[in-house]
Structure formats: structure tokens, C-alpha cells
Design a protein around this ligand. Sequence first.
Ligand SMILES: *Cc1c(COP(=O)(O)O)cnc(C)c1O
Length: 493
Amino acid sequence: MPETRALYQSEPLLWEKEQADHSGTDWHTPSDFKNRTGQTERGIIGLPQVTEPEVIRHFVRLSSWNYSIDNGIFPLGSCTMKHNPRLNEKMARLEGFAHLHPLQPQESVQGALGLMYDLQNWLAELTGLSGVCLTPAAGAHGELAGIMTIRRAHDLNGQSQRKIILVPDSAHGTNPATAVLCGYQTRTIATKDTGIICLKAFEEALTQTTEDGSDIAGMMVTNPNTCGLFETNIMPIVDLLHKAGGYFYCDGANFNALVGKIRPADFGVDVMHLNLHKTFSTPHGGGGPGSGPICVTEHLAPYLPRPLVVKDKETYRLEEEDERDSSLGRLKAFQGQFGMHVRTLAYMLSHGQDGLKQVSEDAVLSANYILSQLKDDYHVPFEGFCMHECLLTDQKQKDKGVSTMDIAKTIVEYGMHPMTVYFPLVVQGAMLIEPTETESKENIDRFIRVMKDIATDTQSGDTAQFHTFPLSAPRRRLDEVKAAREPNLRWRA
Ligand SMILES: *Cc1c(COP(=O)(O)O)cnc(C)c1O
């Protein structure tokens, strides 16, 4: 345990701090206690014995150990860590939204249902896909909902022999995992040489086991993909896929590169999830629950999970699965992450359509600025412009003994969050950098400066320092492999 100094205060577990006579309440055990519940007897529940101020300080100190988008630049590729406008937070905290109960009678929550209805329409407008279901609770949950929708459509249309989902090798791990969870087999399309799917590799995968692709259920592609590149062959690929009877699932995690510029339906998308916590600035991870609505073509809308918000004359209501035999059913309790719906619509309305277009343009500009500044210092695996994130590798540093991991840890030492490392898996020593449109040029320049200094010191042989960083973080280099292989989830052996 590092010692306490200045604002950095060491923090043991609450259980390590407890003392037998400490308590957060002043209840006393009654002297004439009798168990009147029959067999049920409360055992020791094992809560730590600590006082209220001790608990408060514990969690406030821990929170100060967290790096967040409110601390500084967070260029984590594929994650779109952007500023969460406080206007959204203000809207979500309005009593009329914040104090609703999901089981309230629908006539008493017309405003909330109206908001969800408007959000469905905005998402339909931005994607060009008219069927929208807001319930999925995260991107991965949206993928599940989307592939289940595809499966439901195939099953109800006598196409259950379709067992294969095509996935490029640069895909996010959740894509093949989702396909397998839905009972499909995945077939990989190699993209290693070009970074994008080439038509020939796609055709080979499509017809590997049947001449006409009649065993293909669909394809899952992130566009722009996880190498930061727009899939330029997507139109002819999707054409062939559709001719073979498969559906095109687009992983919408990278929608920040396209929002307001192009509608995914126009490049053939049948189903797409959107990460509201990425593109539309609602908080990520520890900052709040995610939300991963799916958008589908009119043809697939009957198969969507329910409920959906519909409008009958002037009244909004939830359409449940028992009104639609074709629906795959409910995926989740209640109606989705309503607080995120409020934040998202606030974000959309405050930006407007022109503002959203500028979001994607500025996001792409920021990433290309970084690429242009660092392309001589670091190896760039794929030529040309990038979309909203740029991909570098440690190839030029590796033989001097400095790896992607060392570079990331050095960035931590300089008080910034590192980029995404070692992803996509198909690119050795990958560093995926996504600055987003909300980072100022000054901050981006600071990040570039640190990256350039690392490259310069490495070239001059001054590399020993990079293996010692971070020196000033509460925790330094954790044995992540050991943690993953031998998870020890108990604080006491
Ligand atoms: C973030 C991400 C996901 C998963 O989204 P979650 O909201 O984290 O579940 C899926 N695919 C890609 C490409 C992503 O970047």
C-alpha cells in the first residue's frame, strides 16, 4: 500500500478498516429478542463495522482514483468517450421524468411516452430505418436483439436452414459472441491485408458451403470498421448478400463517424444497433447505464422485440408482444433505460440536424489531424485517410524494446487516459485513437506531444524509463493475465 501523501490518500478495503465497536447506526440489540418467524433466522451478514463518515470518505477517495472524461482527454478507440453535456443531465433530472415509475398507468405518463416516440422517430430519420426498438440496455444487448430479430424473420419465413453469420476478422468480440448465442455458426472473412472487406474474400465466404449462399443467415459488420476505415466495397457486398437471402447487421458503435452525414439504410443496412452512450453523449460505464436501441427496415419491424411506443390518434401507448404474433417477445423488464432516452433526445434537439452533421465532420477531422501529426513517428498499417479514429502500431518502437503496453503506461504517467490497445486483434501491437469532436485542439496537441516524445526518446535509445511507468498512479502495472486466468474474488483467503 503506497503511503498517504498530499491529495493522494491510500485506501484499504472497508473490511480492513472496520473496528468491532464502530457502527453507522445507533440501534441497540433488544435485550428480550425472540425469533417469531419460525425457522428463518438471520445469520451474520458480514457488513463491515464502520461509521458513516468512514463510509463516505472511503467512496469519495476511491472516486478520486478514477480517471474520467471530466478529468481529461479519453481517446479510447471504438468507445467514443465524449463530453456529456450538462444540459442533458438537467433534463434527465426534471421531476416529471426522474420520478416516474415504470408501472404507472400509461395515461399518466403521456409526456414520457411522447418523448420515447420522438426519439424513435429521430433514430429512424438518422438511420433511414423505420422500425425502432428502444429497449436494449447496451450495445451488446442491441446486437442480441438485432440477431434475434433476424433469426425470428428467418424462422417464420421457412428459412431455418440458414445457420451461418459472416463476420470479418476485425470485428468486435461481441459480434461473433452474439451470433453464437443466437444459435448460429460464424464464418470469418479475412481483412488483414487491406483493413477492409474485399469483394472476392466475401464471395468466397458466401459460397463456401453452398453455391447460392442459401445457408447464410446474415453478416455482421461495423462500418466504419474497427481499423478506422470506411468499408468502401459495402454496396456490392450487401447486394450479393441480399441476393443470397441474408440480412446485413451493422454494428453501429462507430456511428459517430456518420451521424447526420449518411443514412446507413442507404448502404443496405437491414438492422443496426446504436450505442446512445457513445454517439449521443449519454454517460458510459461507471457513469451510468448504457442504452443500445436497434433500428430495422420496415420489412423486419414486425419481428422486433416489444414493447414499442405507438401513437393512436393523440394518445401514446406501449404496443406489447401479444398484439403481434410475429414479435420475438420481451427482452427486458420495462421499457429500456429511460433516463438515457431523455439525455439522447436533449442532445439531438440541442444540436439539431446540422449540429449532428458537424459532430461527425469534426470527429473525423480530429482523428485525421492526429494521424497526420503522428504518421512519421509511428507505423500506420493502412494507408489513406481514417474516419473518426486512427490506427497506429508499435512496429517502429518494438525492436527498441518499447511496446504498445509501454506507450499506454507512459501516457498514464503523463496524466492522460491511453488509447485502446491491442485491438483490433488482427493488427499487431494496435493503438486505436479516437479523440472525438469534443476535445479541444490544445488537448489533442498535448496528447500528440507526449506521443512524439515517446517516439523520439525511443529512437535515441532512452527507453529504460518506459518500462517503469506509471510511477505516480495509485496502482502501477497490474498482472492482468494472472487476474484473468486466476480471478481471486475474495478479499480474505
Ligand atoms: C462498444 C462496442 C460494442 C458493445 O457496446 P456496449 O454498449 O459496450 O455493450 C460493440 N461493438 C463495437 C464495435 C463497440 O465499439
